[in-house]
Design a protein around this ligand. Sequence first.
Ligand SMILES: Cc1ncc(COP(=O)(O)O)c(C=O)c1O
Length: 361
Amino acid sequence: MATERERELLNQVLDSGQWGGFHEMVARFERAFAEFHHCTGGVSAANGTVTLEMALEAAGVGPGDEVIVPAISFISTASAVSRVGASPVFVDIEELSFNMDAARAAAAVTPRTKAILAVHFGGPLADMERLPALARDCGLALIEDAAHAHGSEWNGRRAGSFGLAGSFSFQNSKVMTAGEGGILIGNDSEFLDRAWSIANCGRRRDGGWFHHYTPGSNYRITAWQAAVLLAQLERLPEQIALRTRNAELLKSELADLAELRFQQAPPQVTAHSHYLLLGRVGGNRDEFHKALAARGVPCTPFYPHALYGNPMYAAGGCRVEPCPVAEACVRDAFWLPCRALMGDEQTTRQIAAAIRQALGR
Ligand SMILES: Cc1ncc(COP(=O)(O)O)c(C=O)c1O
């Protein structure tokens, strides 16, 4: 829900008389978001799909290269790799964290591997000890797809700051949203300059308006989006605290149900955005989903297939490592959206009761 702060910042943009992507509000938001996530700079863009494409292109990934991605994510994680002409290599996720299995990622590295694209699925960070170490040891770029992980931490360090770049989405369902939007953050100013150029018609930051050095595009956000996002960034910690409290309460209310296993973040995850409340359920997941929906609880019965099951990969253009955990999750996992964790204690207890009833308990 919008607050007075969103209105105040939106009015500042309105009154300023120019509303485009070069507005000071956009620069202000980029600085604030990057700093909050322990990075020196950020390049905002139209969505979290193009920020992934920008990251890969600015990292020099292209035809003939392979990029290791988890088998479970939204399509953009894989399609961004395909769109820059490289091949995604799908590796399995871990049983409890739902995140890329670092051992399986290590086993998938070949001389063609150029990057690891790790997703922080649902909010908790993927293994930010072993994956950065693997990237370092093998000379690979580590890019974090942090579309779900605004404000999430690993040992106190925030998402997006562990590798070459972190990519975030501000699409409608996300924990910070301007309806659409995205940002790429990092600590390598030359890399960020290349990304900026891609998003700004191939210009250079220090070059003229009609001087274009590479075939870039226009991915800029408007000052309206930046104003709304700046307001939301200010209250992100408070909202994470609320969702964390509610998630703990909900899980403790259901702790006696052996057939229900919620996502487990490793102890190094010191903050978790709680974009999704993920779980796996014994018995018939689809019946459970229907019963939950009938009780008015928003729930998604996971993805219908692993990423490599999408028609676009039926003809190849990718490599698929064995993914037994991903396949099992397609059959038995589910998620509740972050809005289910934004209510008060009573609402949270009611959701827990509905889950219990949906399981016939
Ligand atoms: C993991 C992940 N990466 C990337 C994206 C793409 O973000 P956007 O919808 O802003 O293009 C999404 C979107 O939902 C996502 O879930």
